[in-house]
Design a protein around this ligand. Structure first.
Ligand SMILES: Cc1cc2nc3c(=O)[nH]c(=O)nc-3n(C[C@H](O)[C@H](O)[C@H](O)COP(=O)(O)O)c2cc1C
Length: 485
């Protein structure tokens, strides 16, 4: 089929098309396509003896694009508004191949994807692959006469609901932090007023370099969201460390969280959620501490799932080796006392989920100097009880969240202990899990939980910690919605 060539239209028509496109906030090509689609759908809908204008709109199928076009520009606009548009900027790193999978994953979620490939990105993948997967032309040049006759880079910057840089190379991050605009990607990034998400991917030494650290701090201060990088094997032989790009599904979760929140959408939109995660470290002296094996995976997944559902999330985390979940305010603490203070500071909230494995006891007096080995044998370690964060918040009558949820890590009599904990702590729900060594839950990726409420016990099947998090968030949303009715 012939493509639309706007340049071949006469000047008068071009001017009218430009004005109409500007009025409707679309590119000239998109406006021309809209007009054609509209005309085609009207043609299809004319029945003998009737005209499009006389046809009753209520006979149209609700929500379909054809309907929207047939009903005219306002409905068309609403239809277009439902499809969120992602502008994916692909940088020149090895992980560029993963950007192709990312396009597929975003499209699967009915997001429109348009791609820009930097010059270096084209050394790794082709604009043709990006165009074929996205179903839209892939853009590469700032000085492209076909698009720049109507300032195409400004359009690209404005037509997106979210701009995603993946892989975000050290170079792209530096350009964005420095405000450069010497190619299409950087010019679009400077010209946009839309939220930006970066998924860094680079060699661990590049990631640790002071310049990259500085640039990242600048981006975060500028309000840019960051997903990853993860730690693991690098493409380079015998290199490992932090620098692997986040997996496409992690990036998708960040995208959904950011666009959902920007549009005030999602099952938890407008709700404030506090999540605690990870272990606590209780100091014995400046170099030693008491800790536990919690990895923080369950708590971090919960924070990410709540953010993806549109909640404003504060994650209070003990020391973990996990990337910060995207779209979440994170407060990093070490001891149980610090965690309690951070949680109390984060109130009020609609929901609080206490997934951290808080140490029950701490050394009664942390020594200021390192305890020396001596002839007197092993030192006696006097312990004192830590504050009970879950019970403190659940009994806080003035600022008690609507839903207070605790986790019970048990190694035996799991459900009985969880029921007793629910009554003792005054919380609404307990998620009980078996953390015995053979369960592999502590530090592992899967979890088997039992949801204990005043109504009874629900045992969920074994599943990933992400799925547990999504399931719990869905239950929270249902409960809050029920409470409102
Ligand atoms: C084989 C190869 C792999 C590369 N991988 C990365 C990478 O993963 N991350 C990165 O920041 N730079 C990487 N680089 C360097 C970038 O390609 C280079 O800095 C380039 O200028 C980035 O351009 P861009 O940010 O405009 O895409 C790589 C270079 C080569 C030759």
């Amino acid at each position: 089929m012939a493509s639309i060539t706007i340049r071949q239209l006469d000047e008068g028509l071009k001017r009218r098309l430009r004005l109409r496109a500007a009025r409707n906030g679309r590119s000239m090509e998109d406006e021309a396509r809209t007009i054609l689609r509209h005309a085609a759908s009207l043609d299809e809908r004319i029945e003998p003896g009737g005209t499009p204008e006389t046809r009753a709109p209520h006979t149209a199928r609700r929500g379909s694009s054809a309907t929207a076009h047939a009903l005219g520009p306002a409905a068309e606009h609403a239809d277009a508004a439902r499809t969120k548009r992602i502008l994916l900027i692909i940088g020149g790193g090895i992980a560029a191949y993963k950007a192709l999978d990312l396009i597929r994953r975003l499209k699967e979620r009915e997001l429109a994807v348009r791609c820009i490939l930097t010059k270096a990105a084209q050394e790794f993948i082709t604009p043709l692959s990006a165009a074929a997967l996205s179903g839209e032309r892939a853009f590469t040049d700032l000085f492209d006469p076909q698009t720049e006759f109507d300032i195409g880079h400004i359009r690209l910057a404005r037509e997106a609901d979210l701009i995603v840089l993946a892989p975000a190379t050290a170079d792209l991050i530096a350009k964005l932090a420095g405000g450069h605009a010497d190619d299409l990607a950087s010019a679009v990034l400077l010209a946009t007023d839309r939220p930006v998400l970066v998924a860094p991917a680079m060699n661990p030494r590049m990631w640790e370099h002071k310049a990259t650290r500085r640039n990242l701090v600048q981006l975060i201060a500028d309000g840019v969201a960051v997903v990853g990088p993860n730690s693991g094997e690098m493409a380079e032989a015998s290199e490992a460390g932090i620098g692997r790009m986040a997996e496409p599904l992690e990036i998708v979760a960040a995208v959904l969280s950011l666009i959902g929140r920007a549009a005030g959408e999602g099952a938890l939109a407008g709700k404030r959620v506090i999540v605690t995660s990870g272990p606590t470290h209780e100091p014995i002296d400046p170099v030693r501490y008491i800790a536990n094996r919690s990895s923080g995976k369950q708590g971090h997944s919960l924070a990410a799932a709540a953010a993806a559902a549109g909640a404003e999330v504060t994650l209070v985390s003990g020391p973990v080796h996990l990337p910060d979940p995207p779209g979440v305010k994170i407060i990093k603490v070490a001891s149980a006392q610090d965690m309690l203070a951070a949680v109390m500071n984060a109130l009020p909230a609609d929901v609080a989920v206490f997934a951290a494995a808080v140490a029950d006891w701490r050394p009664a007096k942390a020594q200021l100097n390192k305890i020396k080995k001596g002839p007197g044998g092993a030192p006696k370690l006097a312990l004192t009880e830590n504050p009970d964060i879950l019970a403190t918040v659940a009994h806080n009558t003035k600022r008690r969240p609507h839903l207070v949820i605790g986790f019970a890590a048990e190694t035996d009599h799991i459900i009985e202990h969880a029921k007793a904990k629910l009554a003792r702590k005054g919380c609404d729900w307990i998620l009980a899990n078996d953390v015995s060594a053979e369960s592999g839950v502590m530090g592992g990726d899967r979890n088997t939980v039992h949801l204990v409420t005043a109504q009874g016990v629900e045992s969920w099947p074994p599943q990933s910690k992400e799925d547990v998090a999504r399931g719990l968030v869905a239950r929270i949303a249902e409960t809050l919605a029920g409470a409102k009715r």
